[in-house]
Design a protein around this ligand. Structure first.
Ligand code: ADP
Ligand code: MG
Length: 270
């Protein structure tokens, strides 16, 4: 049911969760250099759920790493929740990352020797914040793992591990959550649970989620999809449906092929 009271505010700078301006990132040097991001400019509003899609190697993970402050772009500006990440020192960046962003990886990245509760509060510990047992219990209950606090990761299914990873990403109350193929290793049912949790983080708790995925169904949980090809933005789709996303993806492949073909033709003429 629509209440009619949820008006969208003007997307002024204050409503911006993430802004990238002309972000470039190259790996390697000179003859072996690979341009992973080739001048990305984008803006995402607070309280939005965005999927990032594109062929393998198109720069999706690099985009997330640079946006989350896990990696530094060669040039350009990254601003999260109004704070510029680029330009500051390493300590400052680490402090910011620990306090304001959450990250969920495809392979969970849990520490096997720690319990579920200990894994969950690890970001608080690293940030030197008070470890609130109650907070861990609450956040684990919210992902359906309130009865697994003392378990170790190897006693959990893949879907449960990923839910611990989501709890860990939520525990610091981050403004933005970045997820890189969070459902990539999961069965359909566990994937759906993880996607529902991410959507709930946005809808109920007003967080901003940016999620890389290969799966058109996963992308359809988002408000919008950004398409990436060769390190550049190649389009945006609002209110994505699985069919529309799949069609656009196939088309993206066509375009890349056409460009490669054109390149071949040009060099053949030289
Ligand atoms: P995606 O996540 O879309 O598959 P990535 O962001 O992982 O793409 O990679 C983009 C490009 O950058 C690829 O060509 C990849 O090989 C290259 N790349 C990514 N990380 C590194 C790295 N650490 N060292 C060298 N090249 C890298
Ligand atoms: Mg990747």
């Amino acid at each position: 049911m629509r209440t009619g009271s949820r008006r969208r505010h003007d997307p002024g700078p204050a409503a911006e969760a993430l802004r990238l301006v002309k972000v470039r990132k190259t790996y390697g040097n000179d003859d072996s250099a690979v341009t992973a991001l080739d001048g990305i400019t984008l803006s995402l509003g607070r309280g939005t759920f965005t999927a990032v899609m594109g062929p393998s190697g198109s720069g999706k993970s690099t985009l997330l790493q640079c946006a989350a402050g896990l990696d530094r772009p060669d040039s350009g500006i990254v601003r999260v929740d109004g704070t510029e990440l680029t330009g500051g020192g390493e300590a400052e960046l680490t402090r910011f990352r620990r306090g304001r962003v959450g990250f969920v990886f495809q392979q969970y990245n849990l520490l096997e020797t720690l319990t579920v509760a200990q894994n969950t509060v690890l970001p608080l510990k690293l940030a030197g914040r008070r470890i609130d047992r109650r907070r861990a219990e609450d956040v684990l209950a919210s992902v359906g793992l309130g009865d697994r606090l003392g378990h170790r990761p190897d006693q959990l299914s893949g879907g449960q591990r990923q839910r611990v990873a989501i709890a860990r990403a939520l525990v610091t109350d981050p403004r933005v959550i970045f997820a890189d193929e969070p459902t990539g290793a999961l069965d359909t049912r566990s994937a759906r649970e993880v996607l529902r949790l991410l959507r709930e983080a946005v809808r109920v708790h007003g967080r901003t989620v940016v999620m890389v995925t290969h799966d058109p169904v996963a992308a359809s949980y988002a408000d919008a999809v950004l398409f990436l090809a060769d390190g550049r933005l190649a389009g945006r789709m609002e209110a994505p449906t699985p069919d529309a996303v799949a069609e656009r993806l196939a088309h993206l492949g066509d375009e890349a092929e056409r460009r490669a073909q054109l390149g071949d033709d040009l060099t053949a003429g030289v």
